[in-house]
Design a protein around this ligand. Structure first.
Ligand SMILES: NC(=O)c1ccc[n+]([C@@H]2O[C@H](COP(=O)([O-])OP(=O)(O)OC[C@H]3O[C@@H](n4cnc5c(N)ncnc54)[C@H](OP(=O)(O)O)[C@@H]3O)[C@@H](O)[C@H]2O)c1
Length: 299
């Protein structure tokens, strides 16, 4: 898969949560193709319906890429109301403003809407059954989008990593760098997703005129343990102390949110819509370590 972002300017794009992991990647990726308005909580607090209407009305974007979200999965167990305020009602506010001002809404969902009992990759139409407060709040966000926005694209994704923000890659490498012993779960299956590849997937779906819900991650399934071992092996951390543990061994005080044990997403619909398959996660991780790792791309 070749990353493609060389386009003539095609319109105006507003981004919410533009300082987050994905918001920064989206801002960077689309800056050559669009006139961009980057907003975060200060410029457009998505929990404020009138602020969303005003900011979207004034900029009059063709596309709103809504990245703002409550993403503290474990904290959400004790703060379900805060997670719903941002994820469900915030998304509802953005969707209403998009409908009012005729903008296409692009936003992101999560594998945590599933219960993890499937024995094959989840497709877009599989029944949902979130186990956690975060998952419930993101499912409510999906319902708001479906109900309100006539024109939307929602990409469910998982295990995001990239140049911006804290994520599994930065956490493992930082902890290994400090010489900490790493104990990582070996019984949760999913697929890492490079934020750059996710931005590229948004572009491909936009170019294809696709609408509705799509699953996107890098190809190939793994566990967090194998993923951590791969990272250590490819960053000269061969001496790092890594051991496997099972989800049931995790401290419920530290990790109160239940997680789906099997959360692999089927990319069949994405492949059919765009004509390309996502690259494998190992290739994406190596590309990130070579060319996009922390600091170099953070601007
Ligand atoms: N990261 C993953 O592994 C993952 C996996 C699956 C799906 N997703 C989804 O992908 C999307 C992007 O996630 P991410 O990892 O980029 O999240 P993130 O790094 O946590 O960024 C979220 C951004 O939203 C901002 N924000 C918080 N409250 C706001 C408000 N009231 N109004 C406007 N902005 C506000 C945050 O600002 P502050 O920092 O100031 O709070 C932050 O800049 C989300 O929909 C998430 O659910 C992520």
């Amino acid at each position: 898969m070749a990353i493609q972002n060389k386009t003539a300017r095609t319109g105006r794009m507003m981004i919410t949560g533009a300082n987050g992991l994905l918001g920064r990647e989206i801002s960077r990726f689309f800056s050559r193709g669009y006139e961009i308005l980057r907003t975060d909580r200060e410029e457009c607090d998505v929990t404020r319906a009138r602020e969303c209407l005003r900011v979207i009305g004034e900029f009059s974007p063709d596309v709103v890429v809504h990245c703002a979200a409550y993403t503290a999965v474990d904290r959400a167990e004790a703060e379900e109301e805060a997670a719903f305020a941002l994820n469900a009602r915030g998304t509802r506010n953005v969707a209403l403003a998009c409908r009012e001002h005729g903008a296409l809404l692009v936003t992101f969902g999560t594998d945590y809407v599933f219960d993890g009992t499937s024995e094959r990759p989840y497709s877009e139409n599989d029944p949902t059954g979130p186990l956690s407060a975060y998952g419930r709040s993101k499912l409510a966000a999906e319902e708001a989008v479906r109900e309100i926005a006539p024109d939307f694209l929602l990409l469910r994704t998982q295990w995001l990593f990239g140049a911006h923000g804290r994520n599994f890659v930065s956490s493992i490498l930082d902890r290994a760098g400090r010489g900490e012993e790493l104990r990582v779960v070996s019984d949760q299956k999913g697929s890492p997703t490079y934020s750059l590849d996710l931005a590229d997937a948004v572009k491909r779906l936009l170019d294809a005129g696709s609408r509705g819900i799509f699953h996107f991650s890098n190809e190939g399934e793994t566990t967090f343990f194998v993923y951590a071992a791969f990272l250590l092996a490819h960053t000269g951390n061969k001496e790092a102390r890594l051991s496997a543990l099972s989800t049931s061994d995790l401290s419920r005080d530290e990790y109160p949110a239940p997680r789906p044990l099997y959360a692999v997403l089927s990319k069949k619909k994405y492949r059919e819509a765009t004509g390309v398959a996502p690259r494998r996660w190992e290739e994406a991780v190596l590309d990130f370590l070579r060319t996009g790792s922390r600091g170099e791309r953070d601007s």
